[in-house]
Design a protein around this ligand. Structure first.
Ligand code: M6R
Length: 612
């Protein structure tokens, strides 16, 4: 949720912090702030409610702090409203220690009460201020920063990635992690901490991923790591291959539009390295053949759009594997006492690889002896590291809060996995396998065809952006696709929208259809086209204005029934939703544009959801 950055460097810290925060702003944008240790050894803090641009402006008007060691934060509010006082960094009451924090301290109230009894006064409503006050309290007693840090870690419960500065230690910065993403970068001009690698790409490509319970001490020339018992540890470093330009807008007005347009290339990156000699090669699975051979039941567990991939995956994988497949919301799965054992395969899907609910579901699955395979975009993320097998989507950095290319590539990779497993289990005949492999290879070109004329969606959006409520309907895979179309629209345009299995409408929801209600009817699934047409006719009879999505194959049956028809190329039915989602993404994008919404940073949302 929040983003944190820190630098112990050999150049001025403020530009590094602001550039890093810009890359992290997608994680939360309720407020932003920085703290820098000045050359005189003083902690200087600047923070403001609102977007990073407000802080930038303040720093232009007032004197920007000077110094080479600093921490920064961009906030997604949990405890306390978004205002200046609740913005990070937070200081202890002596002003000696500053902290930035991503996560939630669950026992903050109990600690706060005990500190209040000791006469410590608080200036914010946040859980983070409790940490820094406690830290300063211990520090005043023991006069050793690391002793104080470990004493605090022994008291606090919850999730945290934190950057800590103390003006008595002007040459160092401390990083701690528990259940929240944090990585350390080592560069020529200094050492860095960040919630996400995109904030570091301009300075270094050499990173180490912090694990739960670890503490790091960063200076401009060195990084030392310690475990939860304070023993020094060696950590492996990794080289990041992502291109800096991949995390820039590259001439597009929004990251979302750029990422929609990047889908053909992203799909190519997911598919091409995994097809050789007419075969799907999932090297990652070759080392674990028992994972496929022994599986009796599959759960696909994820949140938001990744869960919608799971919904589509349920339909597809059940057909391909003849095994029971359930798609579960990660936040429900972990508390639903799922029946798992060593014959259960749990597939966790996550773009960020850091979503807390998905992470918790993964851990629950492993605890119960299930095998975990994850489909993840961000290399080295927590979910990737804790899975038995990880398949990376290789879609490149996704910055817009509304996911697009991650969703399509997750879907493609899940289908590839399904086809691969189906062949291994002997359920797929040779001819169909050959056709599918061929169609996977051609999918990037088919996606490019859908994107050839975005004007069509722009024009349609212009006619509909004033609606207050939109219903998506569809059957089978189209129903699952509608869930994503509806989420895309509501999250960026703030139009109320719901998605229904078309056959379910008449059991209640059809009472909401009145003259002028906008219904988006998804009708790409050929086997049920007649039924879908009946549902379109039913809502039309109640006065609905209908936009439909079809393929070249189903279009004739729908034309004439609807006000607007989007047609995508016909591909193998399994792959159809990969193309079907693109018009829905573009429609949502242009509707939001017409409504003047902040598309890349929709209200109340954050890209990476690292709280429960
Ligand atoms: O990083 P993840 O894929 O685990 O994120 C899951 C959801 O938070 C995410 O898909 C969310 O629903 C998107 N904002 C939807 O566009």
């Amino acid at each position: 949720m929040c983003g944190i950055i820190g630098v112990a460097g050999k150049t001025e810290a403020v530009p590094v912090l602001l550039d890093g925060l810009e890359k992290l702003e997608y994680r939360g944008y309720d407020s932003a702030g920085i703290a820098v240790i000045s050359k005189e050894g003083k902690l200087q803090v600047k923070k403001s409610k609102g977007r990073l641009c407000v802080l930038r402006e303040r720093l232009r008007d007032e004197n920007a702090p000077d110094g080479m060691i600093g921490i920064g934060h961009t906030r997604w509010a949990t405890h306390g409203e978004p205002n200046d006082a609740n913005a990070h960094p937070h200081l202890g009451q002596q002003g000696k220690i500053a902290v930035v924090h991503n996560g939630i301290i669950e026992n903050y109230m109990e600690i706060k009460k005990s500190l209040l009894r000791k006469g410590i006064t608080f200036c914010s409503d946040t859980d983070t201020e409790v940490v820094v006050q406690l830290l300063e309290y211990y520090y005043e007693k023991c006069k050793n920063l690391m002793d104080a840090v470990y004493a605090v870690l022994g008291r606090i419960k919850g999730a945290y990635a934190m950057g800590i500065l103390c003006c008595d230690y002007p040459g160092q910065m401390i990083a701690v992690r528990q259940d929240a993403p944090l990585l350390i970068g080592c560069g020529k001009l200094g050492s860095y901490l960040a919630s996400d690698v995109t904030a570091l790409l301009a300075h270094t490509r050499t990173v180490a991923y912090m694990e739960d319970g670890e503490v790091a001490v960063l200076t401009p020339d060195s990084v030392q790591f310690f475990d939860r018992d304070r023993s020094p540890i060696e950590k492996e470093t990794h080289t990041i291959k992502w291109d800096v330009a991949a995390a820039e807008k590259g001439g597009y007005s929004h990251f979302m539009l750029k990422e929609i347009m990047e889908q053909p290339e992203a799909i190519r990156k997911t598919v091409s390295p995994r097809i050789a000699g007419g075969e799907i090669c999932l090297e990652e699975l070759e080392a674990a053949p028992e994972l496929i051979k022994t599986v009796c039941k599959i759960y696909i567990v994820a949140c938001g759009s990744a869960y919608h991939v799971g919904m589509i995956g349920k339909y597809a994988l059940e057909k391909l594997l003849r095994l029971p497949v359930e798609a579960c919301l990660a936040s429900e799965f972990r508390y639903s006492e799922p029946l798992l054992d060593e014959h259960t395969l749990v597939i966790v899907i996550s773009q960020s690889g850091e979503t807390l609910d998905s992470m918790a579901a993964l851990r629950e699955a492993k605890k119960q002896g299930a095998k975990v395979l994850s489909i993840v975009n961000v290399m080295g993320s927590s979910i990737a590291r804790e899975s038995d097998v990880v398949l990376y989507t290789w879609a490149g950095p996704e910055i817009a809060v509304a996911t697009t290319k991650a969703y399509t590539t997750q879907m493609v990779l899940l289908f590839m996995l399904g086809v691969y497993m189906s062949k291994q289990l002997g359920h797929m005949d040779h001819e169909e396998y050959r056709t599918l492999v061929e169609e996977f290879s051609q999918l990037p070109d088919r996606a490019a065809e859908v994107l050839k004329d975005p004007d069509e969606y722009q024009k349609a959006a212009f006619g509909y952006f004033n609606h207050n409520s939109v219903f998506f309907i569809g059957r089978n895979i189209d129903y699952a696709l509608g869930l994503e179309g509806s989420l895309k629209l509501k999250e960026i345009s703030y139009i109320h929208s719901e998605s229904y299995a078309a056959g379910e409408l008449k059991h209640g929801t059809i009472s909401l259809i009145e003259p002028g209600t906008l219904v988006v009817a998804l009708a790409t699934y050929a086997p049920l086209i007649e039924k879908s047409v009946s549902n379109i006719v039913e809502v039309k009879a109640r006065g609905a204005d209908v936009i439909a999505l079809s393929t070249g194959e189903t279009a004739d049956k729908i034309k004439g029934q609807v006000s607007q028809l989007f047609v995508v190329p016909k591909v193998h039915p399994l792959l159809q939703p990969v193309l079907g989602v693109i018009p829905l993404q573009l429609f949502a994008y242009y509707v939001a544009l017409n409504r003047g919404c902040d598309i890349d940073k929709p209200r109340n949302l954050a890209k990476s959801v690292t709280v429960e």
